[in-house]
Design a protein around this ligand. Structure first.
Ligand SMILES: [Zn+2]
Length: 166
């Protein structure tokens, strides 16, 4: 069985069941399909929009009430009081690197002379041959460091370990 929505030449819409689409064609051609309102035999299939066709089957689903309990959150996360601090998760590789960095730093500090703020001056003396070359370390302002670099004096920043407290 197949159900058609039909419309007559006076725009009356009605529904009718047929054995098949071929059976509808045959009956319509012979004038056997008539409008129940006005009796006109000039009927044709109404254009079924997809929305109209789907309305019957989807209507009960659309009427289902929403389940607010399922979407409810289990409650707010407890706030953590206190100031923020820098934190890190350090991988084993980085732990190893950090260890090597510390070894390098310790080695430098042990074997080099701490010249403190005289670093730029001492570095220049060595660079221009006024004193013997040796390892030194100290402090240099960004301006000093740039000036030394422009004079072609090679130096390295001393590795700083972020969490060292001494
Ligand atoms: Zn009609």
């Amino acid at each position: 069985m197949i159900r058609y929505t039909l419309v007559c030449n006076k725009r009356h819409e009605f529904e009718s069941w047929f054995q098949s689409s071929a059976a509808y064609d045959k009956q319509a051609k012979r004038g056997l399909v008539t409008c129940p309102v006005c009796g006109s035999a000039k009927v044709e299939k109404a254009i079924m929009t997809p929305r109209l066709a789907r309305a019957d089957s989807s209507a009960p689903e659309a009427q289902e009430p929403a389940a607010p309990s399922a979407a409810a959150s289990p409650g707010p996360m407890p706030a953590v009081p206190g100031p923020a601090t820098p934190v890190a998760m350090i991988s084993p590789q980085e732990q190893e690197f950090r260890k090597k960095l510390k070894e390098l730093r310790d080695h430098l500090v042990r074997n080099a002379e701490n010249v403190g703020p005289r670093f730029p001056e001492e570095a220049r003396k060595m660079h221009y041959g006024e004193t013997e070359h040796r390892s030194i370390f100290g402090i240099a302002s960004p301006d000093d460091a740039q000036a030394l670099s422009e004079e072609g004096i090679e130096f390295s920043p001393l590795p700083i370990l972020p969490d060292e407290r001494n």
